[in-house]
Design a protein around this ligand. Structure first.
Ligand code: ATP
Length: 314
């Protein structure tokens, strides 16, 4: 086939703990990542030239070489020059549904879709772990976006272990349209404020990883206990984001007064997500928060947790 359409889901962080410094200026993390049904569509079509083109229906997304999806295509061309010469470049068309710079890994998921799609169009036959190894060169969240579902992520987020699928839980996402939080700012500020707590010795790092593996969140997921999962949601980056962005703190508090399992900021924010027992309860919680805050700039989405990452759209 010379063209593919791929579904590129967003992710939320059910758990995000910053443990210390990782090589290359990164952070050593312990996370539980979860794919959700809110997704972009990425269309790839062989264009018979040696030049990739990238287009997107959102003007918040760059359409040039800085687009993460474009960078994924260039990486594939560099790694597989014979296939690139034989089959040529592709037009990349991104239909954005995932809010941009929102802590939902939209760009990472688009890049993951390009890696999966070019593997098919160029008939490379790469396995998922091989694709994930390439993905880690582009960004920490991209390996997860390929396989998706529920996973434990350590290192800088690229070391993945699959976790059991969660019971059917709905998720409400809420975000102020004009508010963006830079990922670099969030991690940089965290390092300034909490760098003195970082663990760096190999034994201490190992001990922290083991503690995470045997911790309550992993047990709650193993027991499919939605109530517990809701209570154990955690994100260290809230410690810097909530004081600096009171709107996010206020949004989070508004959800706490509704019938939900738990509420948390996703990744480096500013999206706040809440878990609910059913789509009806999710809808009700979003209406209550909308009415409580009554802010014209506030967007809501209701989605489901899903057990997969990049999918071909048949
Ligand atoms: P993460 O959770 O991985 O930190 P995010 O969800 O906060 O990511 P993205 O939506 O991926 O953020 O966008 C981050 C920045 O990357 C934006 O400012 C945007 O301009 C740029 N970008 C580059 N390529 C893309 C893409 N394909 N989709 C969205 N943003 C992109």
């Amino acid at each position: 086939m010379r063209s593919y359409s791929l579904i590129a889901p967003a992710k939320i962080n059910l758990y995000l703990e910053i443990i210390g410094n990782a090589p290359g200026g990164y952070h050593e993390l312990a996370m539980v990542l979860q794919s959700i049904s809110l997704a972009d569509r990425v269309h790839l079509r062989a264009n018979g030239t040696q030049q990739f083109h990238c287009a997107c229906n959102s003007n918040q997304v760059p359409q040039d070489k800085t687009n993460l999806a474009y960078r994924a295509a260039e990486l594939m061309a560099k790694q597989f020059p014979q296939a690139f010469n034989r089959y040529g470049a592709v037009d990349i068309n991104i239909e954005k549904q995932i809010p941009v710079a929102a802590g939902l890994a939209g760009g990472s998921s688009n890049a993951a879709a390009v890696l999966v799609g070019l593997n098919l169009i160029w008939q490379l036959g790469l396995t998922q772990p091989e694709l994930q190894e390439l993905a880690a060169q582009l960004g920490s969240d991209i390996p997860f976006c390929i396989s998706g579902g529920t996973a434990l992520a350590t290192g800088r987020g690229e070391m993945l272990e699959p976790l059991p699928d969660l019971p059917p839980i709905s998720v409400i996402l809420a975000k102020y349209r004009s508010l963006e939080i830079s990922t670099a700012w969030a991690y940089g500020t965290y390092r300034q404020k909490f760098g003195h707590t970082y663990v760096s010795e190999p034994e201490a790092l190992l001990e922290r990883r083991q503690r995470f593996h045997s911790g309550s969140m992993i047990a709650a997921i193993a027991h499919q206990d939605g109530q517990k999962i809701g209570q154990l949601l955690h994100n260290d980056l809230e410690k810097v984001a909530l004081p600096a962005y009171p709107q996010v703190a206020q949004l989070r508090s508004a959800f706490e007064n509704t019938d939900i399992l738990g509420v948390m900021m996703s990744g480096s924010g500013p999206t706040v997500f809440a878990l609910a027992e059913s789509p009806e309860k999710a809808q009700q919680a979003s209406i209550t928060v909308k009415n409580t805050l009554n802010h014209p700039d506030l967007d809501f989405w209701v989605a489901q947790l899903i057990p997969c990452g990049i999918q071909i759209d048949h």
